[in-house]
Design a protein around this ligand. Structure first.
Ligand code: ADP
Ligand code: MG
Length: 251
């Protein structure tokens, strides 16, 4: 099924189908099992945030899903869609290519330029097509990176702490932008973040990776807009922090 959204074509998989299915996944570096029997599924169009301590294997899992983990040994079952895009903490733009060329990189089809222009407009960068990456702020570079991902119309968007290097205000703006892009394009999303509030603000479900497997899997059943301050928000936030091993003061 295809729907037209703002000039871009979004393929919306049937609801209820699985975008990601991982079962008994093991990923090891030498003797060390970083992922150890991990099970996780994402439905088509579902937005899942993943929290976990540093070194718990979040990036290892994303690399496995993106097919970028040839240096890891392992076993288990993993199925992901054909069209997967990845956004990293650093925008990873090619400095010797202008913004538009960074977005069209690897795109085929006569309409590639037009699609890239539309995607740049969607992330608020209309008019910056001819800029060099070095002329952009960190937030703008990350917008280009989002445009580059979305123009490929992924069925699965993998984001590895994409806003971790941005200042708080820019990060808040990026949350709004990502939420809007998600509403429009509806890929399944697996967002790795260390920010509990970012996870709650954006995701349908928050999972915690610990000990090589999913140690908590909590739905975000909060009415929009999800603002800190309500009792339900506080309860969910505290449950997640406890799962992350953060001591939460009582009272
Ligand atoms: P996270 O993203 O949760 O911080 P990572 O997935 O990057 O964690 O890393 C998990 C563990 O695997 C860490 O101990 C890290 O040192 C180790 N690791 C990751 N990549 C490699 C690699 N290519 N070779 C050896 N060890 C690795
Ligand atoms: Mg990481």
């Amino acid at each position: 099924m295809a729907t037209h959204t703002g000039g871009l074509t979004a393929t919306v998989p049937e609801t209820g189908t699985a975008a990601v299915r991982i079962s008994g996944l093991v990923r090891a570096f030498g003797e060390r099992r970083v992922l150890d029997g991990l099970d996780l599924s994402l439905r088509a169009g579902e937005f899942v945030a993943m929290l976990g301590r540093s070194g718990s294997g979040k990036s290892t899992l994303l690399r496995a899903l993106a097919g970028l983990d040839h240096d890891a040994g392992g076993e288990g079952e993993l199925s992901a869609p054909d069209h997967v895009s990845v956004v990293f903490q650093d925008a990873r733009l090619l400095p010797w290519k202008r913004v538009l060329a960074n977005v069209t990189l690897g795109l085929s089809g006569a309409d590639a330029q037009e699609r890239a222009r539309t995607a740049l407009a969607e992330v608020g960068l209309a008019g910056r097509e001819d800029a060099w990456p070095v002329e952009l702020s960190g937030g703008e570079q990350q917008r280009v990176s989002l445009a580059r991902s979305l123009v490929r119309e992924p069925q699965l968007l993998l984001a590895d702490e994409p806003f971790g290097a941005l200042d708080a205000l820019t990060r808040a703006r990026m949350h709004t932008l990502l939420a809007r892009l998600y509403e429009r394009h509806r890929p399944a999303v697996l967002l790795v973040t260390h920010d509990v509030d970012e996870a709650i603000a954006l995701a349908d479900r928050v999972v915690v990776l610990d000990g090589g497997h999913i140690a908590a899997d909590l739905p975000v059943d909060l009415a929009a807009p999800r603002r800190p301050g309500t009792p339900e928000y506080a309860v969910l936030r505290e449950r997640l922090l406890v799962r992350l091993g953060v001591e939460v003061p009582s009272g």
